[in-house]
Design a protein around this ligand. Structure first.
Ligand code: FAD
Length: 185
């Protein structure tokens, strides 16, 4: 790898983009070899990672994504020592509310329920007991997913970035990769 005006450096792995995906990948790869994580913007987490609603939703997405969600929960709940000094997940719960006449729209959400991560249907009274601020006449029912949690995205992201450096990796911001060449080693 060579940035303008700098010496050529050799790394086993080059990861482009220091959002949550690139940072997580670089963190894991740094356990196996030398890693350079390169970010175009002035700071990591500038794009989607900095805009996330930060919900951990076990039942979100297609089947493969849901398997990944559930597998990653163990890391979130029990990260390695020195990774971060506060919980990465805290209980939240998510309500999807249907107005009168819209109850059927809850069906596809309720269908996502899985064993151990149930999504329960609540009637109007049950919904209002969880969200008393709602206007009673606008609430017919809801889907409640109690296992949805808040992710502390900033701590998670910083944990990966600190871990990369601790493992000897390089995190370089303000460098957009514009060209890649493949050469024989
Ligand atoms: C409004 C919103 C709400 C969301 N809510 C949730 C939620 O509740 N829960 C959840 O799990 N997910 C949520 N997401 C999704 C989640 O935020 C994204 O899936 C995640 O942040 C994607 O991370 P990423 O690293 O792939 O992308 P990014 O964070 O976009 O990182 C990609 C990085 O690559 C860099 N880059 C691109 N090209 C180059 C180049 N040529 N050279 C160097 N660097 C480059 C970019 O500058 C950028 O920093 C939400 C997303 C949005 C937008």
């Amino acid at each position: 790898m060579q940035a303008k005006g700098q010496a050529v450096m050799d790394y086993d792995y080059l990861v482009i983009g220091a959002g949550i995906s690139g940072s997580a990948a670089a963190y894991e790869l740094a356990a196996f070899g030398t890693v350079a994580l390169i970010e175009a913007e002035s700071t990591p987490g500038y794009h989607s990672t900095g805009r996330s609603a930060a919900l951990f939703t076990p039942n979100y997405g297609v089947a493969t994504v849901r398997r990944i969600n559930k597998t990653s929960q163990a890391f979130f709940l029990n990260p390695p020592d020195e990774f971060c000094d506060r919980p990465l997940l805290t209980q939240r719960g998510m309500l999807t509310v249907a107005a009168p006449g819209e109850e059927d729209l809850l069906a596809p959400i309720l269908d996502l329920s899985t064993d151990g991560y149930e999504i329960r249907k609540l009637d109007a009274a049950g919904t209002l007991s969880l969200a008393p601020l709602l206007r009673r006449e606008r609430v017919a029912a809801s889907a409640f997913e109690s296992d949805v949690m808040d992710i502390d995205v900033a701590s998670l992201h910083q944990g990966f970035l600190r871990g990369i450096r601790r493992r000897g990796g390089l995190v370089l911001s303000g460098k957009r990769i514009t060209k890649l060449d493949r050469r024989a080693a």
